[in-house]
Write a protein that binds this ligand. Structure first.
Ligand SMILES: Cc1ncc(COP(=O)(O)O)c(C=O)c1O
Length: 360
């Protein structure tokens, strides 16, 4: 039977393999390590349940994601809750052994107020920090060094126990920045007497060579990241008395999902070839914002050069690929490779519904 298009093709075994590759290498150097899956990257329950089955933690940022985690069998102890949305549920996650990382004083003081209605011991909390060397002090997320004095007074008054120091920096995927993350965060852990260092995500995952070629620098492998992170942790914490956590999304799911679609229109004008697919740029997700996703065709259609491939909405800017060369014509079924990260989760019902999912 020919499957109706468009649909996502998901492969949880790739998710498992990526998780194992990263974990094995980090643990070879530093065994006190926990990998968490960043839910916001892809909500497909085949991935969420796999994450639970292979013992990952769940990194969530909202009640919606918390409930998804619970429905897939994660308990409070498996939860790391980041994100700016306040919620009372966070308190019960803390009470039941989960980690809640806050990044502003308003939320911290609110949680402290409710906590002390029923508890006498300090509030066990995680704090998110900005790493100024990586952000030039321009991130809108996390506490800053200028906040340290205020923490001093709260801690001296026995109001909080900093269980975890957390940071997630985007747009810093090179190996050197992971050394910097660890140096900065281990220092903070010592300063706040914290037993968990959570360095967030932002690693590249395995990707098709034609996609990798579009980056200016070479793409580190999961083993490269694992080695740099594990070695640096071991160097700075030789007795391993600090738990290291990473929160990976892209690195685990990027190549674990493809999108299968159909070519529905061809338009040859002024020497340019334009195709339209029956999916759209939101279904493809972030990977087509600044790069051209790899599109595989298995047709014997004739070759085209530098064609532009559009999505099926009414937007001129609904562009999936800016310079496709290869075999393509109307009626062909194409596979857009490695669209697992920020695709399904940012797809919407504008003009055409979110594609359904087929498990490989
Ligand atoms: C706090 C936090 N952790 C983890 C991630 C996952 O990042 P990535 O998909 O780059 O692994 C994100 C993504 O935005 C994030 O905001």
């Amino acid at each position: 039977m020919i499957q109706p298009t468009p649909y996502y093709l998901a492969d949880p075994n790739v998710f498992i393999s990526n998780s194992e590759r990263l974990t094995q290498v980090i643990k070879a150097y530093y065994s006190n390590y926990n990998l968490s899956y960043s839910f916001k990257t892809n909500y497909y329950d085949g991935f969420l349940r796999t994450a639970k089955a292979i013992g990952l933690l769940a990194e969530v940022v909202s009640v919606h994601e918390y409930e998804l985690a619970k429905s897939c069998g994660f308990t409070e102890k498996d939860i790391i809750w980041n994100g700016v949305l306040p919620s009372e549920v966070k308190l019960s996650v803390i009470e039941n052994g989960g980690i809640v990382n806050v990044d502003n004083f308003t939320e911290l003081y609110n949680l402290m107020e409710v906590w002390f209605e029923n508890h006498h011991e300090p509030l066990p909390i995680g704090l998110r920090f900005e790493i100024p060397q990586l952000t030039n002090g321009k991130s809108r997320f996390g506490f800053h060094e200028s906040d340290f004095d205020e923490f001093g007074s709260i801690i001296n008054a026995n109001k909080i126990n900093v269980r975890c120091v957390h940071s997630h920096t985007s747009n810093a995927r090179d190996l050197g920045s992971f050394k910097q993350r660890i140096e900065y965060m281990v220092n903070l852990a010592r300063m706040f007497n914290s037993k968990i260092v959570d360095i967030g995500g932002n690693m590249y995952g395995p990707m098709h060579p034609d996609f990798a070629r579009q980056y200016d620098s070479s793409i580190p492998s999961l083993e490269d990241y694992g080695m740099v992170i594990g070695k640096k942790m071991k160097e700075l914490v030789p007795n391993e008395d600090i738990i290291l956590v990473t929160e990976n999304g892209t690195a685990l799911v990027g190549n674990a999902m493809d999108l299968v679609a159909k070519v529905i229109k061809r338009n040859d004008t002024k020497g340019a070839v334009r195709f339209t697919l029956n999916c759209n740029c939101y279904d493809v997700g972030f990977s087509c914002n600044h790069k051209n996703p790899v599109i595989e065709t298995s047709s014997d259609s004739s070759d085209v050069e530098n064609a532009v491939i559009y999505g099926c909405t009414c937007l001129e800017r609904d562009i999936i690929h800016r310079c496709f060369s290869g075999k393509m014509d109307v009626g062909d079924i194409v596979t857009i490779k490695n669209v697992g990260a920020y695709s399904l989760n940012v797809s919407n019902n504008f003009i055409s519904p979110v594609p359904y999912i087929v498990n490989k």
